[in-house]
Structure formats: C-alpha cells, structure tokens
Design a protein around this ligand. Structure first.
Ligand SMILES: [Zn+2]
Ligand SMILES: [Zn+2]
Length: 316
C-alpha cells in the first residue's frame, strides 16, 4: 500500500518526500485543526467533509497516512476521536419514541408493548441503538480506529454501570425504582448495541481491509468479554421491573391501574424466564454469532484480498 498521497492531479513522483498539501488544502486543514483545538469535534468534521467535497482531500485507503503527514499525529488522532464521539443526528442516546405504541408503553387494550418492554422508547434505526453517528458514514480509512475507540469507551462505561450500586425496591420508592431500572436498562442496552454494531462492522472490515486483524480481534474479544455481564445486568433489571410492577399492583387504588401493573409484571417475568427477547428492543442477533467465543480470529495472511464483496467497503 502506498503511503504517498498527493492531493492534486500532478503528484511529484520524482521526490520521495512525504505528501505535502497545497496552500488551499493547508488552509482547509488549518480550519479543521482550529476546530479540534477548540474541542468542537462536530465543526471539525464539517470542515473536513467540506474539504473532501471540494476535492481538496481524497477519501481513499491512504487517507489516514496522508492526514498524519499533513496535519500531524496529534491532530489526526483528535479527528478520529471526534468521529468516534459524534452523536447520531436522529436520536438521543440511541432511543426514539416507540412507534408500536406511540411512546405510551401499552396498546389500546392497555397490554404492555412488547417491542419497547412497556418503556415507551425503542432503538433508533439510524444508529442501531448505539447513539453514535453511523460507522458507514465515517471515512473508510478511519473506521477501524473509530470502532476501537467506541468499543474502549463502551468498556469504560460498562465498568461504571456494572459497578454501580443496585437500587433496592420497596413500596416506598416504586416510582424512583422503576425510573432507575428503566434508565439503567436502556444504558446497558445501548452499550450492547454499540458492541453489536462494532463487532459486526469490524468483522466486515476484516474482509476488505488488510492489516485489520489485530484491531478486529481486540474488538471481538472485548465484545465477548463485556456482553455476557451486560446482558445479565439487563435481565436483572427486567426482574426488578417485574418486582416494581408487582408492588404497584398491590398498591393500586383503581382496578384498571392494578390490571395494567399485573400485566406488566407478568410480561416482564415471561421475558426473563423465557430468556427470549428476540421481538423486543433487547434483541442482539449479531453479538454472539459463530466466532464470538474466546478464540480471536486468526491474523490476516499477507495475501490481503481486495475483495469487493462488501458493498460498504468504500464510502462511494
Ligand atoms: Zn412501545
Ligand atoms: Zn440514532
């Protein structure tokens, strides 16, 4: 793979110097760098995409190498970090109001909404529930490193979530306990969404990106390590929601409220006991697929395939 990345039509091939950006490109990069220094990642990315759109920067497999030379390692890392932290434009923290129940948590007959677990919110379809800018819109040359950063951030957040004290349920704190359980359940599920999305994207990247094996192996291993305790915590929280609903039913003054609480309790208990959340926002079919066990995938051979079987290999 070439490390030379001339950005104009007449590259100087006689000199073996690193790629040098022309004055216009340097001005564009300076704007990106200034935005990064101001810690305005979204603006830096906007400037960067502008420069790409104007043909000043070419998005190809050598982009990151070129950028490190043209901007410096530190600024390039900051740009990667900005991409990793860019939120989804469509949702807040990976969730949107549930379309099945219009955000009410139950249907017209007051039965709990299975899709959203009676919580009223569902996973965002744009970001797959991760809350992050979709990885397919990140320049191809940046993706693996952005994925690694997202997985590292998710691991840190998971550690905090798993170490947090559990709220005890009592008749005196039902509202707080229900809110806390729902909030933590959605946080845990968002982390599972991040892991699932990154695992899927990493294993796809491995097909077309040479030298990706080490990062892919780390991502797959992190998913294998973090997913079971997070899933277990999510199921504990469903049990907690069932406990809350049982106490709410016991305390209900109106029969309609009591019946709704009983239905929620029964529903949560069923999801927990059946271990089947395939039809809910907790479904993660790609988290535990085939090679997600303890053995990391083999390092790629140096016969890196230029396969174009993955349609999202490039951004175009
Ligand atoms: Zn719903
Ligand atoms: Zn989203």
């Amino acid at each position: 793979m070439t490390t030379d990345y001339p950005n104009d039509a007449t590259p100087d091939r006689k000199t073996a110097k690193p790629a040098v950006a022309d004055a216009q490109t340097q001005r564009a990069l300076a704007r990106v760098r200034t935005a990064l220094e101001r810690r305005n990642g979204a603006e830096a990315i906007r400037f960067f995409k502008d420069a790409v759109a104007h043909g000043l920067i070419r998005e190809d497999e050598a982009l990151l190498v070129w950028l490190r030379q043209a901007m410096g390692d530190d600024a390039a890392e900051k740009l990667l970090a900005a991409y990793a932290r860019l939120p989804c434009f469509y949702c807040h923290s990976g969730v949107i109001p549930c379309e099945e129940c219009n955000g009410r948590g139950h249907d017209a007959d007051n039965r709990p909404c299975a899709e959203c677990l009676a919580l009223g919110v569902d996973r965002c379809g744009f970001c797959g529930g991760s809350g992050w800018f979709t990885i397919n819109h990140v320049p191809g040359a940046f993706r693996l490193r952005v994925m690694a950063r997202r997985v590292a951030a998710a691991a840190k957040e998971a550690e905090t979530l798993l170490a947090a004290a559990k709220v005890a349920v009592s008749p005196a704190n039902l509202r707080e306990a229900r809110k806390a359980a729902a909030k933590t359940l959605l946080q845990g599920n968002r982390l599972l969404c991040v892991l699932e999305n990154m695992r899927l994207a990493a294993t796809q990247a491995e097909l077309y990106q040479p030298d990706s094996g080490e990062i892919v192996a780390k991502i797959v291993a992190a998913c294998a390590k973090l997913s079971p305790p997070l899933s277990a915590r999510v199921h504990e929280l469903l049990t907690m929601l069932a406990e809350v609903a049982a106490l709410e039913a016991a305390a209900a003054k109106r029969s309609s409220s009591r019946r709704m609480a009983e239905a929620r309790c029964e529903f949560y208990r069923h999801v927990v006991s059946s271990r089947n959340s395939a039809t809910t926002l907790l479904a993660h079919p790609f988290l535990y697929r085939e090679d997600s066990g303890t053995a990391p995938p083999a390092k790629p051979a140096d016969t890196a395939s230029e396969s174009d079987t993955v349609s999202e290999a490039g951004d175009r």
